[in-house]
Design a binder for this molecule. Structure first.
Ligand SMILES: O=C(O)CCC(=O)C(=O)O
Length: 246
């Protein structure tokens, strides 16, 4: 499967692209079942809500993401190495992609009630690569909408230049800073159905709502890069293997 010229252009200009109904329902269920078992038992490595939010009680462990999923289960590995998406990733990157296991090699969750919103950010803020030829592949394992933590993107924000005072100390893009208002107004909410995939550029500003429903929102996200994008030595980005996808 390949993108049309228009779709490729859309990714390049907007910084993201939704591939509707990309994964089949059975595949989503298989991934989701394993994810739920790992979530239930809080199998490490995990990240918790309190690591993101200073005001939360650190003794209450709400999983925000399961990390390092590639090696957790064959079902996860197979999704990350699935052949159907490779030509698309190759079109976008201009060469065969590699998976970086260092980042976004995760099951991402928004747990019922107890999760918090994710503030505006660019994924690359904590990543260390020689260029920005990286994108993430987000798979909705069920519906994602306003009430359970919908993803929001600011189109074209991956190509903009920013000044440091548009961000806070943790490099979140400030939503209460007047010079940012006009850009934030252009945000697009990305309602997803089970099996939809969103591809988004590592510099694209994005956020997510908290989950106000009674059901967990569970998604899968991994990151690919071009060979020309080298992980810088002695950083987290270079401390995990990369997987070649031919
Ligand atoms: O919280 C979410 O669902 C989005 C997570 C996210 O954007 C990230 O961790 O980069």
């Amino acid at each position: 499967m390949e993108l049309t010229k228009e779709e490729l252009e859309l990714f390049k200009t907007q910084g993201y692209l939704v591939l509707r109904n990309f994964a089949d329902s059975k595949e989503c269920d298989a991934i989701c079942d394993i994810a739920k078992a790992h979530l239930k038992h809080k199998i490490p490595p995990i990240e918790t809500e309190s690591e993101y939010n200073d005001i939360l009680d650190a003794s209450v462990v709400t999983v925000r993401r399961l990390r390092q999923v590639y090696h957790r289960d064959r079902v996860f590995k197979e999704w990350m190495e699935n052949k159907k998406i490779r030509p698309i990733l190759k079109q976008i990157l201009g060469e065969s992609p590699l998976i970086t296991l260092a980042h976004h090699n995760s099951i991402m969750t928004k747990m019922p009630q107890s999760s918090t919103q994710t503030s505006w950010h660019q994924d690359i803020r904590y990543w260390s690569f020689s260029n920005d030829q990286l994108l993430s592949v987000w798979l909705a394992l069920d519906e994602e909408h306003d009430q359970n933590g919908v993803l929001e993107f600011i189109p074209k924000s991956h190509r903009m230049n920013y000044s440091p005072n548009q961000f806070d100390q943790k490099e979140y893009f400030l939503s209460d800073y007047a010079p940012n208002y006009n850009l934030i107004k252009t945000k697009q909410s990305t309602t997803l159905e089970k099996g939809d995939v969103v591809l988004f550029h590592c510099k694209l500003l994005h956020r997510a709502n908290k989950n106000s429903t009674e059901q967990a929102k569970i998604s899968f996200v991994y990151t690919v890069k071009s060979a020309s994008s080298k992980a810088l030595e002695n950083t987290r980005s270079s401390s995990y293997p990369e997987i070649h996808l031919d």
